[in-house]
Design a binder for this molecule. Structure first.
Ligand code: SME
Length: 165
């Protein structure tokens, strides 16, 4: 079993820098282990940053919507249409979205009333298609910035390189 270590008082970028190789080490190319790998990524991020919710939504091509995949945190909505909510917008626009205050964001889907800010990062297959999104919610306004966007994109890139998406 992997043991994770991080000093909570380090600057955020440094915490991500120490975390990324540990995340890489737990990814696995075996298709049967995709859920396990995604679940462990959620667990590591939630443990280290103490966010409200960390999880993946994966694209379902037949229904043209995102379906809830491995996550950590309160129960969440299971289906999100393309273009709807922050997740569906990040998918449709193929870009990372940082929402400082979800209460003023048009078309935010509130899965938990405790969520105050959110970041959604597209997750790509190796052929460039979008496989889904990584979604993170925090209980404070303005919890995420460009540092989070850069590093969570690196986390997703590591998943693209190694996991069987
Ligand atoms: N807030 C998201 C929905 C997913 S939950 O936050 C887990 C959205 O607006 O797409």
């Amino acid at each position: 079993m992997h043991e994770f270590s991080l000093a909570a008082d380090l600057p955020k970028a440094q915490r991500y820098a120490e975390l990324l190789p540990q995340i890489r080490a737990m990814l696995d190319p075996e298709p049967e282990l995709l859920n396990a790998a995604l679940g462990n990524v959620c667990a590591v991020l939630k443990e280290q940053f103490d966010w409200l919710w960390v999880g993946f939504y994966l694209v379902n091509d037949e229904q043209n919507e995102l379906l809830l995949a491995p996550f950590q945190g309160p129960p969440a909505c299971t289906r999100i249409a393309k273009g709807r909510g922050v997740c569906g917008q990040a998918w449709a626009q193929a870009q990372t979205l940082v929402v400082a205050d979800v209460s003023v964001h048009p078309d935010h889907i509130a899965c938990s009333s405790r969520s105050r800010s959110e970041i959604v990062v597209p997750l790509y297959r190796r052929n460039g298609e979008i496989a889904g999104v990584l979604d993170v919610d925090a209980e404070s306004v303005g919890a995420f910035d460009q540092t989070d966007a850069e590093w969570l994109e690196k986390v997703c890139a590591a998943i693209t390189e190694t996991a069987a998406l």
